[in-house]
Ligand binder design. Structure first.
Ligand SMILES: Cc1cc2nc3c(=O)[nH]c(=O)nc-3n(C[C@H](O)[C@H](O)[C@H](O)COP(=O)(O)OP(=O)(O)OC[C@H]3O[C@@H](n4cnc5c(N)ncnc54)[C@H](O)[C@@H]3O)c2cc1C
Length: 409
């Protein structure tokens, strides 16, 4: 294999056998697998010079990991032999097989892997974009704010802490509540929990999609005295006044709560240029890319596959899901290259490491039918465990960097 090229080496225009849009968890994992299978002429379009391992951001916000442990230079994860074009994709025309990039550059492809992740819609909640990063508002959903979450938690001794979860599909559906448990456990250990009112706002009718884990989480929330507002959503923030508006979808009422600390998770959707493209699924209000739920192939364009957060799949958007999707997409691209129908199938596997305390975790793993699919079948998955917390903190990052991103696991 050739040495890893620098972005400057990569010719932008021209025809490319495989174009991968997005060099995050999904794009790198698929590109690595295609390279391992001997595919040449793979081009990666990725504007950022930093690759992030986002699952660590919950622990960064909880004061359990430094931000730098979640970051590597993008060039160090681009597989050998893959061309990296450091640019934004601005548009895709699947009929002419063309991707438009910044600077009016264009390239054409034979096969396209859509993996640009999702966008955080801070402006969709009035006042949120202005308040986040100031006014005692933070969010683990962006690396610039995650360390601030811990600063705010650490400093808090009394008052009201509000944790919100958006009503849109989001990455890591458990992350909005995990940080509430990490904060509550910290306050309990500091003996200030009794003086802090904790409100957890969740848009769904239950705390988790799978009822068995939902029941465990109800007990976890009760243990910390957390006030759980189901079927509710943050609909406005006033950073100056330090108030947040919570809309209750059952009663149709709105309540304005004063906060001393707000952990806000913004609404999320496909990047705007994806929404505007013919690849967007008309059935997805957030414009995620249409993909067959088992093969991940686009229903109208046989040479296009979607993987990761941008794919409109009826499962939770996680890095763990990407780990199972990547071999399916790579295998199916090879099938199509060989003139065959896609033969690899994704079963909807996803996993949410539900951190419930500073040293405890539940590993929720399930498929499209919400059946538990435990990696460790001998361990009861509904029991909080110290070993699982250690697995998340110390086991999963090396598996990610050395196994998943290299296409080995
Ligand atoms: C706080 C938090 C906690 C999480 N916890 C967990 C967890 O515990 N377990 C778990 O499995 N998952 C977790 N996740 C989710 C996980 O990180 C994502 O599901 C995963 O990163 C999705 O991979 P992706 O490649 O689709 O998107 P990303 O990894 O976000 O990558 C998208 C890439 O596309 C690039 N891009 C964007 N726009 C363009 C463009 N126009 N052109 C080209 N490239 C573009 C971006 O720069 C980025 O590199 C968490 C996420 C967050 C935010």
């Amino acid at each position: 294999m050739a040495a890893t090229p620098s972005p400057a080496d990569a010719p932008v225009s021209g025809r490319h056998r495989v174009a991968v849009i997005g060099g995050g968890s999904a794009g790198i994992s698929v590109a690595a697998r295609l390279r391992r299978a001997g595919v040449s002429d793979i081009t990666l379009i990725e504007p950022s010079d930093t690759h992030w391992y986002q699952p660590l951001w919950t622990l960064v916000g909880g004061g359990q990991a430094p931000l730098h442990a979640s970051r590597r230079p993008e060039g160090s994860v681009v597989p050998d032999g893959v061309r990296w074009i450091r640019s934004h994709a601005l548009a895709v025309d699947p009929d002419t097989r063309t991707v438009t990039l910044t600077g009016d550059a264009e390239l054409t492809y034979e096969y396209l892997i859509m993996a640009p992740g999702l966008q955080l819609d801070w402006s969709d909640v009035p006042g949120l974009a202005e308040a986040v990063g100031h006014d005692a508002v933070s969010s683990n959903y962006a690396p610039e704010y995650a360390p601030r979450t811990w600063e705010l938690i650490r400093r808090m001794r009394s008052g009201t802490a509000v944790f919100t979860h958006p009503a849109t599909p989001l990455k890591c559906g458990g992350a909005p509540q995990k940080i509430a448990y990490l904060a509550a456990d910290h306050w309990r250990r500091r003996k200030v929990l009794d003086g802090i009112r904790i409100v957890l706002v969740i848009p769904d009718p239950a705390m988790f999609k799978v009822p068995a884990w939902s029941r465990v989480l109800e007990k976890v929330a009760a243990r910390y005295g957390i006030e759980v507002r189901l079927r509710s959503e943050m609909t406005a923030v006033d950073g100056g006044a330090r108030t947040v508006t919570i809309s209750d979808h059952t009663s149709g009422t709105k309540e304005t709560l004063g906060y001393d600390f707000l952990h806000a998770v913004p609404p999320q959707s496909a990047p705007d240029w994806v929404k505007a493209s013919p690849l967007a699924d008309p059935a997805s209000p957030q414009g995620f890319v249409a993909a067959h739920k088992h093969t991940l192939q686009h229903p109208s364009y046989d040479n296009v596959f979607a993987v990761g957060d941008v794919a409109n799949l009826p499962t939770s958007k996680t890095g763990a899901a990407v780990r199972k999707q990547a071999p399916v997409v790579a295998g199916n691209v090879l099938d199509v290259m060989n003139g065959c129908s896609p033969s690899h199938r994704y079963d909807g596997y996803t996993s949410c490491p539900l951190v419930t305390a500073r040293d405890r975790m539940l590993l929720a793993e399930f498929d499209y039918d919400l059946n538990p699919t435990p990696t460790f079948p001998l361990l009861d998955p509904f029991k909080e465990r110290r070993t699982m917390w250690a697995f998340k903190r110390y086991g999963l990052p090396p598996i990610y960097w050395h196994g998943m991103l290299t296409g080995r696991l």
